[in-house]
Design a protein around this ligand. Structure first.
Ligand code: GAL
Length: 447
């Protein structure tokens, strides 16, 4: 049970979070982004097709609303208009400009997202916004045309030396040389992101602001006053384990989330990166774990798989369409991420293990208490949710009704524990209510 002090602290962090007046950014963003599958191979057609598919596949009705253009959309050679200084869209990829894409996206009731960088150049080497924040915020705003919200993903490549941080903090890198107590909110990284925040605030439309800062400069400590969400990590790739220089499979990311889940609340979200569901050679179970955990962590749900063939890939579409998991992610009353209540795999709590992150998670929603059981092992195992171990529950009494969020079925009433077989790399997702279906502990929250 969260203490009163804990709940007051939660309220304090809510007060400083960056929730826009119209509610933009209060809940994790949902939508689609081009990078994970298309990288620079983008064109107007990709986004217009995606927008139509979001509607046709029923994803829009489930809340997927942003159609986000990532890197490589502007003209790499011309960069900016010689007179106005405005960014120039690539005429081959976007022959009718971004404005027309925005119009088409908006006509379907969806929102457009764009990408830029808090450096001189984007990661792909296109013009960045550093020093042009006011102009670029106004340009993006102008391109939105009507009153629909937009999204800006703001990357962190090509920072000139004069903007280098005094100290360095990069997740999992040894160089964290700041003195104890150093306020990372005063770092140059925070300042670069704040300049764009201020410029966006001056526009007469709401822009969802996603800091793509890879966990650098301890963004989790200042992100909530600067943006609606902040990337906590380098780039995701569609694999279960492993790390390349700047890319991580799913388990290393969940490992980091096991330790840092508690920075998330309404209007302020750790971003564990865009979804790879349906990409690479992830198994169905791995795709299920990916989706269930990103929902549980209240990370943005930004799909990164092509949608034009999704109707044919029914198991993937079913995962992305799981309404019960989406409802947890988008809960209107409880803003906190689920938290690990037990590490599992014979590990002490709060220890780091890239292959075997925390396996037993609990969160709350308007429907009840939710338990997520992650099997990090390469074989099926029986996993047991022991009620006495789960903070908001207790053992005995009339027992609890256990419901399977994947199948939508009630599994029965249990007094001490619920046990089931979880396949290799799969995640069980359960809703637990009192035997009469009521919420077992509406005052409890992980934070
Ligand atoms: C990376 C970012 C990716 C993608 C890419 C584009 O920095 O983390 O998500 O946006 O840049 O170049």
């Amino acid at each position: 049970m969260a203490s009163l002090a804990g709940r007051l602290l939660g309220l304090a962090s809510l007060a400083s979070a960056f929730v826009s007046r119209d509610g933009t950014g209060r809940l994790p963003a949902m939508g689609w982004n081009s990078w994970n599958e298309y990288e620079c191979n983008i064109s107007e057609g990709v986004f217009i097709t995606v927008a139509r598919q979001l509607v046709d596949l029923g994803l829009k009705d489930l809340g997927y609303e942003y159609v986000n253009i990532d890197d490589c959309w502007s003209d790499k050679e011309l960069r900016r208009d010689a007179t106005t200084g405005e960014l120039i869209p690539d005429a081959e990829k976007f022959p009718r400009g971004i404005v027309k894409v925005a119009e088409e996206v908006h006509s379907l009731g969806l929102k457009l997202g764009i990408y830029s960088d808090a450096g001189t150049d984007t990661c792909g080497g296109y013009a960045g916004s550093l020093g042009y924040e006011e102009l670029d915020a106004a340009t993006f705003s102008k391109w939105g045309i009507d009153s629909e919200g937009q999204d800006l993903k703001y990357d962190n490549c090509n920072v000139p030396p004069e903007w280098a941080d005094e100290y360095e903090y990069i997740p999992e890198e040894p160089a964290n040389n700041a003195p104890p107590g150093y306020d990372w909110g005063t770092s140059n990284t925070a300042k670069r992101y704040r300049v764009m925040h201020d410029a966006l605030q001056r526009q007469n439309r709401t822009i969802q602001y996603s800091l793509c800062v890879w966990g650098h400069a301890h963004v989790e400590r200042w992100g909530n006053s600067t943006g609606h969400s902040w990337r906590m990590w380098g780039d995701i790739f569609p694999a279960w384990k492993g790390k390349e220089k700047w890319s991580w499979g799913l388990m290393p990311i969940v490992n980091q989330a096991s330790l840092l889940w508690n920075y998330t609340d309404f209007g302020s979200h750790n971003d564990w990166d865009m979804l790879e569901v349906g990409n690479g050679d992830l198994t169905i179970e791995e795709n299920r774990s990916h989706f269930a955990l990103w929902c549980a962590l209240k990370s943005a749900l930004i799909v990164g798989t092509p949608l034009d063939t999704l109707a044919l890939r029914k198991p993937i579409l079913d995962i992305l369409s799981n309404k019960e998991l989406i409802d947890f992610n988008q809960d209107p009353v409880y803003g906190a991420s689920a938290m690990p209540y037990k590490w599992g795999n014979d590990r002490p709590a709060n220890t780091s293990d890239r292959d075997h992150p925390a396996a037993f998670w609990v969160g709350t929603s308007v429907k009840g208490i939710h338990v997520f059981l992650l099997n990090t092992r390469d074989t099926a195992v029986n996993m047991r949710a022991v009620f006495a171990e789960i903070p908001p529950l207790k053992s005995g009494g009339k027992g609890y009704l256990v419901h399977d969020m994947w199948t939508g079925e009630d599994l029965g009433i249990f007094r001490k524990y619920f046990e089931l077989e979880v396949k290799a790399h799969d995640t069980a997702a359960l809703t637990i209510t009192k035997a009469d279906g009521k919420h077992p502990n509406p005052r409890w929250s992980p934070k």
